[in-house]
Structure formats: C-alpha cells, structure tokens
Design a protein around this ligand. Structure first.
Ligand code: ADP
Ligand code: ZN
Length: 433
C-alpha cells in the first residue's frame, strides 16, 4: 500500500507553503537552464526574485503544445541528455509529436504517483494487473507498468490489441485488475461475453481507465458488463503521463497529485485564473520535474476544481471529469457541442449500446450533425415504425440537451468500429478555409 499520508493529507496551508517553496526552486532552475523560459520571463520583465509564494504563479508565462513543437525535439529539456534516461512522445495526430524526457528521479516520482493512485483504488501488492494500454512511445503502458511494480503488485505487460489472447490470459493468469482505455474496456467486455466463458471464471475486481474522456454512465456500463469497480485515471505526457490525478473509493472527482503538479483553472479566452468551482481550461505547473519542467502548461482540457475535503481523508485538490477539450469542441450552427454530452444521452437510454460515431458535414452552408449509434440486441427491429419511434425519442433528448437538432442513424450492434486505444468518435468532414 502506497499512501503517502504526509503529502496526501497535509493541511491546505502547509500544502500551499510547500508548493510555494517548490515553485520558487523550479523558477530559479528553469530561468538558468532553459533559454526559452529565461527569454519569456525577460519579455515579461520578471526574474525569479518575483516569485515568493504559490500565489505569484499568475505572474508566470504560459506554455503551450505549440511551444513544445517549436522547440522540437529537445529544446525545452532542462538537463543535459546524459541525465535523461527515457523518452516518450504523444500520439501527434495533429502535427509533430511532442517529445518528453525523464530523469531517473522523474521516473521514480512517476512510479510512486501511480502506486498512490492504485492504492486509492484499493489495490495492494496482492493484486495482479494486466496492463492493456499500449506499450511504446505512448506513456500509458510503461507508466502504469512501473507503478504496479512500485506498489509491489504483479504486472502482466499485455499492451493493447490481440483481444483473443488478452481474454485467454485474463482467464488463465487470473489478473484482479486491468488498466486500459475505457473504450477498449467495453470492447473487451463484449468480447469476453461472446466467448461464453462464465464471468465467475475471471477474477477481475478493479479497472484503471483513462487516457480519453468518459462519463459516469460509461462507468456504470463497464462495471455492469465486467463485474468490476471502475476508476478514473487522468494524465498527459507533457506533464508526466497517466497518474496526474486519480479517483478514490468515493469516486467524487479525481485527486490531483498536487505536491508535484500545481493545478489552475483559467478562462480559455482571457487566460485569467478562475476561482475553484468555475469551469475552464486546466493548467499545470510541474513543481518537481527535472527533465522537462513546464510552467503553466495549458492542457486544453476543460473541467472544474474543488478543494472541499474528501471523505477519504486526502486533501489533494480534486478535478471534475473532463467535459471536453477546448480544441475538440464542435461548433455546430454556432452552438458549442461536446461529444461527452452526446455520450451521456446515449448511455442514459437502455435501447442503445455505448458505441457511437459523430459525423459532421456542411451541406449548403448548413452544419449537419449525424449521430450514428448502435441499437442494443433485443431493441433492434425490422419494423420501421419501432425504429422511427426510437429515432424520434433519441432526437428529442439530444435536442433538449444540446439545443440543436441532430440526424440520428440507428445501426446494428457491432457495426461501429471498435478501438483498442483511444477511441475516435468524431468525423468532422467540414472544410474550413
Ligand atoms: P495526446 O492524446 O495529445 O497525444 P496524451 O496521450 O498525453 O497526448 O493524452 C493526454 C490527453 O488525454 C489529456 O490531455 C486528456 O485530453 C486526455 N485524457 C487522459 N486521461 C483522461 C481521462 N481520465 N479523462 C479524460 N481525458 C483524459
Ligand atoms: Zn477522496
């Protein structure tokens, strides 16, 4: 059990004092080791002396993914390459990948963070984990892998894909926990059902799911299908990887490991810091990271924060689920639409499977949103009337949640492509020029 009570249950006052000290040291360090930050601070006419307490953080410059790209590959590293012992890179679907580097100390902190997450889910050294996040440049696989080892649990380094083998080994090796994306968990759950092997022959109890947005309805679905307790894990490679925040047994928001990552919420438009409780863009400052320290990194992830006490006793600030990414928000006929809103509606209706695809097109200058969704076995029918009624019901619910109408396309079970990693749920065919 890795419960770092000294850090996880600190009084808020002591925490802020510690964060302030760490911030001072961090700023001093990057000012002298990273020309990019020195220049930014000089342009803003500040020096490390201007940073005394954690509240001074608002004086510091932001960092964006574009800054990492502009300094590709190693420009923002703050130590010589001889001290970097591992590289990872984010998927880079929208351009050059962003490369992140870790020192030995960074990796050890990362492993401890993940062990803390796993402990909060109730896992111990007696647990066997099958890690079905992708291994490789993606931080998911190796990140969780070393966290399980740090905890003292047993790790099965499965990686993603090869579903038939995953299931066979889950059956034969008896893992009690699984880590993968929530969309892959659903896929696996269905594939497990199809094998006809009774659920009691699997020993799974705990699911460690993250790397993509998901909803509480999706959680219930996975929990019911797999017979497990499913927990959220959040992270991003630029900041560290998975484990930046995690749920506890109460599943009431995710505790941020804020002794290492200082969170802020800012308005994506004005970049002003917002008070706890207000929704905005999540920003992190890596208080202790050596290889790639970041000041006020803009995640693009939208959520809220709270420092209300949690029943588990941890005092770490909690973040809500990610409602979307500011760059994944669809603007349809001028209305902001997040895929998570649509997912919630789909999962609230028993007639549907939690598999969907959103297709957006512009026809005659009008945005058209098509929601393709799988009808659950037993609800799918050849009778046109029944299907029309179902479409109408779904259309009305979506309209009331989104404020715009959508075309609903009902499809048969298993017709939407399943994902083994992060699910692609939006196909935006509009051309903006
Ligand atoms: P990228 O996807 O940009 O290549 P990462 O693999 O590091 O980079 O993914 C990080 C992003 O994944 C986060 O910024 C966030 O948008 C998303 N993400 C990770 N974990 C979660 C989670 N538990 N809930 C919602 N979104 C998540
Ligand atoms: Zn808690």
């Amino acid at each position: 059990m890795i419960w770092n009570k000294a850090k996880e249950c600190m009084s808020l006052e002591d925490k802020r004092r510690m964060q302030g000290e760490r911030l001072r040291k961090l700023v001093e360090r990057v000012y002298h080791s990273t020309p990019f930050y020195r220049q930014k601070m000089q342009e803003m006419d500040i020096t490390p002396d201007d940073i005394r307490t954690i509240d001074d953080i608002v004086k510091l410059p932001f960092t964006t993914k574009q800054d990492l790209r502009d300094n590709y590959p190693y420009g923002l590293f703050a130590v010589p390459m001889s001290e970097i012992i591992r590289l990872h890179a984010s998927s880079g679907t929208t351009g050059l990948p962003t490369v992140v580097g870790y020192t030995r100390r960074d990796l050890s902190i990362w492993s401890e963070m993940i062990a803390r997450c796993l402990t909060a889910y109730g896992a111990t050294s007696n647990d066997i984990f099958t890690v079905a996040y992708g291994y490789g440049l993606f931080t998911g696989g190796l990140g969780v892998h070393y966290g399980v080892e740090y905890l003292g649990g047993t790790v099965i380094p499965m990686s993603s894909g090869n579903t038939a083998k995953q299931i066979q080994l889950m059956h034969d090796f008896g893992p009690t926990a699984i880590a993968c994306t929530p969309s892959y968990a659903l896929y696996l759950a269905e594939a497990m059902q199809k094998t006809g092997i009774p659920r009691e022959e699997f020993k799974l109890k705990i699911g460690v799911f993250g790397a993509e947005p998901w909803t509480d309805n999706m959680r219930r679905e996975i929990e019911a299908k797999m017979g497990i307790n499913a927990y959220n894990i959040y992270g991003l490679s630029e900041v560290m990887g998975p484990g930046v925040s995690h749920e506890c047994e109460f599943k009431d928001g995710s505790h941020i490991i804020d002794d290492h990552f200082y969170p802020e919420i800012v308005s994506p438009d004005t970049l002003q810091q917002l008070p706890y409780g207000e929704q905005g863009e999540l920003v992190f400052t890596t208080l202790t990271k050596e290889g790639l320290p970041l000041l006020r990194y803009r995640t693009k992830d939208l959520c809220t924060l709270t420092d209300e006490p949690c029943r588990c006793g941890r005092t770490n600030v909690r973040m809500s689920r990610i409602v979307g990414r500011s760059d994944d928000m669809l603007i349809i006929r001028g209305v902001n639409v997040f895929p998570s809103q649509i997912e919630s509606v789909i999962l609230e209706m028993e007639e549907f499977e939690p598999h969907y695809l959103l297709v957006v097109e512009r026809i005659n200058n009008l945005d058209i949103l098509e929601v393709q969704v799988e009808v659950r076995d037993g609800f799918y029918s050849d009778e046109i009337n029944k299907m029309m009624a179902l479409k109408k019901k779904m259309g009305q619910r979506l309209q009331s949640v989104l404020g715009i109408s959508a075309d609903i396309k009902l499809v048969e079970p298993f017709s939407i492509k399943r994902s083994e990693g992060k699910a692609q749920r939006v196909l935006d065919k509009r051309v903006f020029s």
